[in-house]
Design a protein around this ligand. Structure first.
Ligand SMILES: Cc1cc2nc3c(=O)[nH]c(=O)nc-3n(C[C@H](O)[C@H](O)[C@H](O)COP(=O)(O)OP(=O)(O)OC[C@H]3O[C@@H](n4cnc5c(N)ncnc54)[C@H](O)[C@@H]3O)c2cc1C
Length: 395
C-alpha cells in the first residue's frame, strides 16, 4: 500500500500541469495515466486535436518548464483573429497589438502539450508517474481514498484529484453529480495542407447552422472546424477527400486560400457539463472533470489551466500555513474561485452560439451593427480581448 499526499487520476494536459505546479513544496505526488501520448517526430503530419492556448496558459506552462519544450516541437502563433457573420464587411478584427500583447495565442496540438508536461512530470523527484496505469477500483473516503490498480497496487491519498476528463470515474466514485446537456450541433474537424504558407490569423464565421473556424498550424497547415447539425456532420464525414475538400471550399471563405490536401478528419459531439460541486472532503475536480464548454472560443483547456493555478495556490498556501490542505474548508476556497468563473464562461459561450443561430431579420441586423460597433469600440474591445486571453481586464 502506497500513501501519497496528492493522487492525480488523469495525466492529460491538466493533470500533468497540476502535478508540476504542486511539485517542490514537500508534498508526495502520484499521477496515474492510462494511455501514453505517442512520441513526437518533426516529420509527423499535424494531429486532429488542437487547442488555442491563451497567453495566460502559456505563462502557466512556462512556469513549470513546458512552454519551451512545446515551442521546440510545434506551436503556431496567431496575432490576429477575425470574426464575422456571412460577409466580412460586418466583422470584427482583433489584434495582438490592441490587446497590448505580442500574440493573441498559439494553436498547439493537444498531444504536444501533453508530451511536454509529461516530460516535466517525469523529471520531478517528488512525483511518481505511472503509465499505462489500469485502475480496477476507486473507493472514496474522506482524506483516505483508495485507488486499486489491476496489478494489485493500492494507493491511499490524502487528496484525490479528478483530472480524468469529462467522463470522470473519480467524480462518479466520490458521488459528485453533474448537470449536462448536448448541444444540437456536432463539430467536424479536419487538418489539411493549405495553398498558403503558415498564417498568423484565425477566422471564425457565424452561420445559422453553427460557426466555422480556420486555425493556423505550423507550415502550410491548418485545422478546420465546421459546426453543423449531427446529420449534416455525419453526411460530410462520409464524403470522399475530393468531395469534402470541395464542400469546405464552397462553404469556407475564399480568402483562406485553397486546401491542397486533407490529412485527417473526425467529428465530436458537444456536451456542456458542470459538476454540482468541485470538492468534497479529500477529493477535488479540475479541468474537464469539473466542466466542459462549447469549444467555439477555444476556452476548455484554458479554463482547466486557470483551475490548475487556483488549486495549486490554494493547496500550497494551506500546506505552507500548516493547515490540512485536503480539508473541505480549504478546497471550498478553490471552488469559490473557479466555479462562478467557469459558469460565466459557459453561459457566455451559449448566449453567443444560440444568438447567432437565430435568423430573425431584426436580430441579424442588430448583430451586424454590434459587430461593426465592436470593431470600432476601442477600450471596450481591448478589455474583451484581454479577458478572452486570460489577461487582466484593462480598457
Ligand atoms: C472539438 C474540440 C475542440 C476543442 N478546442 C479547444 C481549444 O481550441 N482550446 C481549448 O482550450 N480547449 C479546446 N477543447 C477542449 C479541450 O480539449 C479540453 O478542455 C481538454 O482536453 C481538457 O483537458 P483535461 O486534461 O481536463 O481532460 P482530458 O484531455 O480528457 O484528459 C484526461 C486524461 O485522463 C486520462 N484518464 C481518463 N480516465 C482515466 C483512468 N480511469 N485512469 C487513468 N487515466 C485516465 C485520459 O487518458 C486523459 O489523458 C476542445 C474540445 C473539443 C471537443
Amino acid at each position: 500500500m502506497e500513501h501519497v499526499d496528492v493522487l492525480i487520476v488523469g495525466g492529460g494536459m491538466v493533470g500533468t500541469a497540476l502535478a508540476c505546479s504542486l511539485s517542490g513544496k514537500g508534498l508526495s505526488i502520484a499521477v496515474l495515466e492510462q494511455t501514453a501520448p505517442p512520441a513526437f517526430a518533426p516529420e509527423q503530419e499535424p494531429d486532429l486535436r488542437v487547442s488555442a492556448i491563451s497567453p495566460a496558459s502559456a505563462r502557466l506552462l512556462d512556469g513549470i518548464g513546458a512552454w519551451e519544450r512545446i515551442r521546440s516541437m510545434r506551436a503556431a502563433p496567431y496575432l490576429r483573429m477575425q470574426v464575422w457573420e456571412d460577409d466580412e464587411a460586418h466583422g470584427t478584427l482583433f489584434t495582438a497589438e490592441e490587446a497590448g500583447n505580442d500574440v493573441l495565442g498559439h494553436i498547439v496540438e493537444n498531444r504536444i502539450i501533453q508530451l511536454a508536461t509529461t516530460e516535466c512530470v517525469r523529471e520531478r523527484e517528488d512525483i511518481r508517474y505511472l503509465c499505462p496505469a489500469r485502475i480496477a477500483r476507486i473507493d472514496y473516503q474522506p482524506k483516505a481514498s483508495r485507488v486499486t490498480l489491476e496489478d494489485g497496487t493500492v494507493f491511499v491519498a490524502r487528496l484525490l484529484v479528478a483530472a480524468d476528463g469529462a467522463r470522470s470515474a473519480v467524480r462518479d466514485a466520490a458521488g459528485i453529480g453533474i448537470t449536462s446537456w448536448d448541444y444540437p450541433m456536432h463539430a467536424l474537424v479536419a487538418s489539411c495542407e493549405t495553398a498558403y504558407d503558415q498564417q498568423d490569423i484565425t477566422w471564425q464565421r457565424f452561420t445559422a447552422t453553427g460557426p466555422q473556424a480556420f486555425l493556423p498550424l505550423t507550415g502550410a497547415h491548418a485545422s478546420l472546424v465546421w459546426y453543423n447539425t449531427p446529420t449534416e456532420v455525419k453526411r460530410l464525414l462520409a464524403l470522399s477527400d475530393e468531395e469534402l475538400t470541395a464542400a469546405f471550399s464552397a462553404a469556407f471563405p475564399q480568402k483562406l486560400g485553397g486546401i491542397r490536401r486533407l490529412i485527417s478528419r473526425g467529428s465530436f459531439g458537444l456536451t456542456r457539463r458542470h459538476a454540482a460541486s468541485y470538492a468534497k472532503d479529500g477529493v477535488v475536480l479540475a479541468g474537464d472533470a469539473a466542466h466542459t464548454i462549447h469549444p467555439l472560443a477555444g476556452q476548455g483547456v484554458n479554463l482547466g489551466y486557470q483551475d490548475v493555478a487556483a488549486l495549486a495556490d490554494t493547496v500550497l498556501q494551506a500546506h505552507a500555513e500548516g493547515k490540512d490542505f485536503a480539508d473541505i474548508s480549504v478546497l471550498r476556497r478553490y471552488e469559490r474561485l473557479r466555479k462562478p468563473a467557469n459558469l460565466a464562461m459557459q453561459t457566455g459561450m451559449d448566449a453567443f452560439c444560440y444568438g447567432f443561430a437565430n435568423t430573425l431579420p431584426p436580430l441579424r441586423a442588430a448583430r451586424k451593427l454590434g459587430m461593426k460597433l465592436a470593431d470600432k469600440a476601442g477600450p471596450f474591445k481591448r478589455g474583451v480581448i484581454r479577458y478572452a486571453l486570460g489577461l487582466p481586464f484593462r480598457g
